[in-house]
Design a protein around this ligand. Structure first.
Ligand SMILES: Cc1cc2nc3c(=O)[nH]c(=O)nc-3n(C[C@H](O)[C@H](O)[C@H](O)COP(=O)(O)OP(=O)(O)OC[C@H]3O[C@@H](n4cnc5c(N)ncnc54)[C@H](O)[C@@H]3O)c2cc1C
Length: 337
């Protein structure tokens, strides 16, 4: 993709200090331990560096793919001609002056966020301590567990709206959080930071709650095998794991990909799984579950398609708007004649 190559050349020239890796294998960044190389993998050290990088991409009509901890996505083995921006260095965290809020950047892990809340005697994030994602990834899909979800604790989110290059603060109530969904899924944006509002608590009790949930997790989930967590969202009127189990699919295998024998809701990499293996496995599971129960499962894992390119089409859209404006003024002028 010519525009991407030009953008990369400009980034190298204008931002020599940026950590930019070329042909970076995504298997090293995704918890499923598969995925080929992406053309560029950038790791901005702060929000200022992020904006400078994003502006160069934007000027070349290239949109980035944001990545947090890579625990909810798979990338094709052939790789992709895209630029990935990792939030791993956007990891500042602090207590708000009011003592009951936490300000965290997008790359902070949920485990660190929950541990920080406990250290500061704040309750509300216990549910998040065992989810292996980042703040950004968790807000995007309203991650949750054991009755808690990001929705319950999010006061506000700072997002960078990519097509307009605009930084905006969105109140928690306006994030349109629902089960494993937020408004951020429908717009082209980068989540940069968030404020979480918690309630005072006793560290020992908070710790005990976290231990209890993590113990349950260890007992029921295949944490010793690479995966991307629950493969499917919970459908209305049932649980994905129960439906898969009832369809007799525990241990069902395609190549190196397998439905966990410990938890039917998890697809795992049992050894050398390819992207195609995972896609075929999930497809066969969906079909079988539908045949047996009439319920359609929707994947929770983000499966990026082969050959995907990410375009920031602001120039096209702007010229479309200009054309539209010119057309309507002409129509008005003609009507007046
Ligand atoms: C063993 C295991 C257990 C899990 N248990 C749970 C659980 O109990 N509950 C649960 O909800 N999930 C669970 N998950 C899934 C996963 O951890 C969560 O979905 C998590 O929120 C994903 O965060 P991430 O940083 O890894 O996102 P990534 O996988 O890096 O990204 C996921 C999506 O978010 C986008 N994204 C990431 N960061 C940003 C950003 N800053 N701005 C804009 N977009 C961004 C990416 O482009 C991608 O579309 C589990 C996963 C595993 C492997």
């Amino acid at each position: 993709m010519e525009q991407l190559e030009k953008a990369i050349a400009t980034i190298k020239e204008k931002m020599p200090e940026l950590e930019l890796r070329e042909s970076e294998p995504m298997s090293e960044h995704c918890s499923f331990k598969l995925g080929g190389p992406v053309r560029a993998f950038a790791v901005p050290k702060d929000i200022w560096e992020f904006s400078k990088l994003e502006f160069i991409l934007h000027m070349h009509s290239v949109a980035p793919l944001m990545i947090g901890k890579g625990t909810n996505m798979i990338i094709p083995d052939e790789g992709l001609e895209i630029c990935v921006i990792s939030t791993e260095k956007l990891n500042r965290i602090r207590l708000g002056e009011d003592g009951v809020t936490i300000h965290a950047e997008a790359g902070v892990s949920l485990a660190s966020l929950a541990a920080f809340a406990k250290q500061n005697s704040l309750s509300g994030l216990e549910f998040a301590s065992g989810i292996p994602g980042s703040v950004g990834g968790a807000l995007l899909m309203n991650a949750g567990a054991y009755g808690g979800e990001m929705k319950d604790v999010t006061d506000s989110v700072v997002v960078y709206y990519l097509p307009e290059q605009a930084l905006t603060e969105v109140a928690g109530k306006d994030c349109e959080f629902s089960y494993r969904h937020s408004a951020f899924e429908n717009i082209s944006c980068a989540i940069l930071s968030a404020v979480f509002r918690l309630t005072p608590g006793v560290p020992e009790e908070i710790g005990a709650k976290m231990n209890e949930m993590n113990e349950k997790r260890r007992a029921s989930q295949p944490l010793d095998m690479p995966s991307a967590g629950s493969a499917f969202k919970r459908p209305e009127g049932g649980y994905a794991a129960a439906l898969i189990d009832e369809a007799g699919l525990k241990g069902f295998t395609v190549g190196g990909a397998m439905i966990s024998t410990k938890h039917a809701g998890f697809a795992v990499n049992a050894g050398g799984a390819s992207y195609d293996d995972v896609v075929e496995l999930l497809d066969k599971v969906r079909r079988t579950v539908y045949e047996k129960s009439g319920i359609t499962l929707t994947p929770e894992i983000r499966i990026y398609p082969k050959g995907m390119v990410l375009v920031d089409d602001w120039k096209q859209r702007r010229s479309g708007i200009m054309d539209q404006m010119a057309k309507s003024s002409q129509e008005k002028a003609e009507a007046q004649e």
